[in-house]
Design a protein around this ligand. Sequence first.
Ligand code: PLP
Length: 384
Amino acid sequence: MPSAYFDNNGTTQMLPQVLEAMRPFLGESFGNPSSVYARGREARAAVEAARESVAHLLGCAAREVVFTSGGTEADNAAIVGMVAAGDHVITSTIEHDAVLNCCAYLKRMGVAITAVPVNRQGRVDPDGVRAALRPETRLISVMLANNETGVLQPLEEIGRIAADADVWFHTDAVQAAGKIPISVDRIGCDLLAISGHKLHGPQGIGALYVRRNTPLRPIIHGGHQERGHRAGTENVPAIVGLGKAAELAAAGLADGTLDRIRTWRDRFEAQVLERVESTEVNGAGAPRVPNTSNIFFEYILGEALVVALDRHGIAASAGSACSAGSGEPSHVLAAMGLGATRARSSVRFSLGKLNSEADVEYLMSVLPGAVRDLREASPLYRRT
Ligand code: PLP
């Protein structure tokens, strides 16, 4: 049976070059980067080369990159490490759970939280952020690209608001890194989180950009690794993998790979809207990352469509991977005011570098029929 993977916002396959770069560090090159002898120095050099690659992708200095165990830890390190009881944090209603649940935890610890709403396209209104500022506001945390819709947030404006108000600014760029060019200076952020497995690197590794002189307190206490920002022996193979993935991500942004993905995504959306009645693209009209398509299929359950596609070897997602199985409609689509029914009837297709045009053609050879079959079985559809 043919198969096609369209859940690259859930996780991505490692590129072969990433695996190759990691291989020695899973075997003979097993040194601890803190050791002073040759094997240790070899590991240290590999970690520092990876740091350079990540810094290049983000437009920052290598010494501003801290390796973490993933996007979730990078977000937690940034947010928890910047605030204390009595402070106020501004975030948005469409953040990933890594930020939302971190804020919920802080709220229990006496930190005030304001989650600013988004419009129907899934964009935060910078004026809403400005209006939420208080004298005790310490941190603004707004994501760069949403994981479910791919909608890009107006971070440069929010960055200016943060700078004017003298408030620290964190962004979760997990779903943007490798998909659009990123410059921490253009965004004006002090902290920025990325994750290896969303950009064809390994799972369980991420990085946090920490602007020089940002008073970040560590959330993990122990040794002095990562210049005191993150204790614990470095995950050398994964760091090397992230470094290679970052290098390839930068190359993909420069060589037109992402433009090709955008063309396929746009063509896919146009074909769905034309060939499958009662469909709409969630977040359409807003600026989006090039790989993500979140589509509303009226009268059917998104989860049922995901299962039907899976029977044809096609992977897509209803809601984010983290909330899958919770039975809850997407908080992102709900925050966009699209209603629980529409949220339950939406499916995300996310492309990656390993997709081909043939994958999209295969998807389009299956999708209209799968939707039709589900609709025909749906009492909702027959009544209309
Ligand atoms: N932030 C966003 C926007 C994400 O999409 C994800 C993963 O789905 C995370 C954070 C968490 O990253 P990780 O899986 O590396 O912990």
